[in-house]
Design a protein around this ligand. Structure first.
Ligand SMILES: CC(C)[C@H](C(=O)O)[C@@H](O)C(=O)O
Ligand code: SF4
Length: 454
């Protein structure tokens, strides 16, 4: 009798010592920001890279979203990090999805798209949103640069087993409500730290009814709840999703692999160290008003009274007040993209709203597909045209706008309706003001010129 998480964990333990386990790592994803020092460490210690064939690289954080050749990136550190990733991948024989690659994209898009992030695997990346991949039914977690070096050298990592928390989500979501609203609601209800020390397993009929892309959105923000891990049991939808992707096992290997995948579920709810239950039947769209994701309201709620210094500081920074509603926020920019909501389904939802409409005159609307495959698919379905006709910008994939890299910054004091995952002070630019929400709400906002209270 084991939880889903413990089944995968136990399958990967090589040896245990002092409450820690040495885990075998099946997949190591890397990007330009957190890998240069780790490669340098290898060289200095004269260590080899153990499994270049299980290491995959993408350029994402420093790549501008404008159509600009690499040689035109202004920021020197960005250029240096991109150059060193390219050099290192060449030297160590690692597959790299560079800016010219048809597979390029944000690392948390690339893993599932390539059939690399698949059920039952252990997946690491020097990036805090690695829990995203747990939605495929895997153990996936963010690691630091020194750990990146350890995995390079040994393909293993010492880890303390986390406790498990079952997050049971039940009820049918309303049409305008999605996984983004569910995770924002959870963080509002239980704080930005309720998951600390836990692996969060999301389950229940709401999760079963969710598409894989929604599940990825949900697990993406586990770290915003303090948890390094989010995980969801693989099912038919997961198997359909991974089938025939580039690195998914094929033929008889796939059939054999499915036998293992079919064992991946939690044997009994009683095995969780803790359970939280949430009924989302009447859940309304959620929008953040403050400077962390827990400072969030339902669209039909007023902003809360000031009950802490932190909240007061957030109101001051955002230039908002208690008792206002999301409708009162003077939004000027709408950003649809990021590893949270830069997938095909997000693009389709936004396009459906923007189709035949015009972006409001006070709004600049930026659409950034999370990866080249998503961009291409948008073009194949004519979504790019819908966005452009509506007056949006339709850009190249990358992280840039989510964390204010390159020219992709929200100006001082400007309110941005954003489908990303972080809204702390300055996240999208010096003194910028981020409001987290779903692609549905963001696209509606682009048309209406403000967040709509339906
Ligand atoms: C740059 C990277 C290390 C960082 C992270 O780990 O999350 C980034 O992706 C972010 O979202 O802030
Ligand atoms: S899109 Fe944003 S949150 Fe996601 S990996 Fe990039 S910078 Fe981090």
């Amino acid at each position: 009798m084991k939880t889903l998480f413990d089944k995968i964990w136990d399958e990967h333990v090589i040896v245990s010592k002092d409450e820690k386990d040495l885990l075998y790592i099946d997949l190591h994803l890397i990007h330009e920001v957190t890998s240069p020092q780790a490669f340098e460490g290898l060289r200095l210690k004269n260590r080899k890279l153990r499994r270049p064939d299980r290491t995959f690289a993408t350029m994402d954080h420093n790549t501008p979203t404008i159509k600009e050749h690499r040689s035109n990136i202004g920021d020197e550190l960005s250029v240096e990090q991109l150059d060193s990733l390219e050099r290192n991948c060449k030297q160590y024989g690692i597959e790299l999805y560079d800016m010219d690659s048809e597979y390029n994209g944000i690392v948390h898009m690339v893993g599932p798209e390539m059939g690399l992030s698949i059920p039952g695997k252990t997946i690491v990346c020097g990036d805090s949103h690695t829990a995203t991949h747990g939605a495929m039914g895997a153990i996936a977690f963010g690691i630091g640069t020194s750990e990146v070096e350890e995995v390079f050298a040994t393909q293993c990592l010492w880890q303390k087993r986390p406790k498990t928390m079952g997050i049971k989500i039940t009820g049918k979501l309303s049409d305008n409500v999605s996984a983004k609203d569910v995770i924002l609601h959870l963080i509002k209800k239980y704080s930005t730290s309720f998951g600390t020390g836990y692996a969060l397993e999301f389950y229940g009929d709401t999760i079963e009814n969710m598409e894989v892309e929604d599940r990825l959105t949900l697990c993406n923000m586990a770290i915003e709840a303090g948890a390094k891990f989010g995980i969801i049991k693989p099912d038919e939808k997961t198997i359909d999703y991974i089938k025939n992707r580039k690195y998914t096992p094929k033929g008889a290997d796939f059939e054999k692999y499915l036998e293992y995948v079919n064992t991946l579920f939690t044997d009994s709810e009683e095995l969780y160290d803790e359970i939280k239950e949430v009924d989302v039947t009447n859940l309304k769209p959620q929008v953040s008003f403050g400077t962390n994701p827990s400072m969030t309201v339902s669209i039909d709620e007023k902003f809360p009274e000031i009950t802490s210094e932190e909240l007061k500081k957030a109101y001051d920074y955002m230039d908002l007040k208690p008792n206002m509603t999301v409708e009162d926020v003077p939004i000027e920019v709408v950003f649809i993209g990021s590893c949270t909501n830069g997938r095909m389904q997000d693009m389709r939802i936004a396009a459906e709203i923007l189709k035949g409409k015009k972006v409001h005159k006070n709004i600049k609307c930026i659409v950034v597909p999370g990866s080249m495959p998503v961009k291409k698919q948008c073009e194949a379905e004519g979504l790019d045209k819908i966005f452009l006709d509506a007056g949006c910008e339709f850009r190249m994939p990358g992280c840039s706008y989510c964390l204010a890299m390159n020219e992709d910054k929200i100006e001082e004091k400007v309110h941005c309706a954003s489908t990303s995952n972080r809204n702390f002070e300055g996240r999208q630019g010096h003194l910028s003001r981020t409001h987290l929400m779903s692609p549905y709400m963001a696209a509606k906002c682009a048309v209406a010129g403000r967040v709509e209270i339906e």
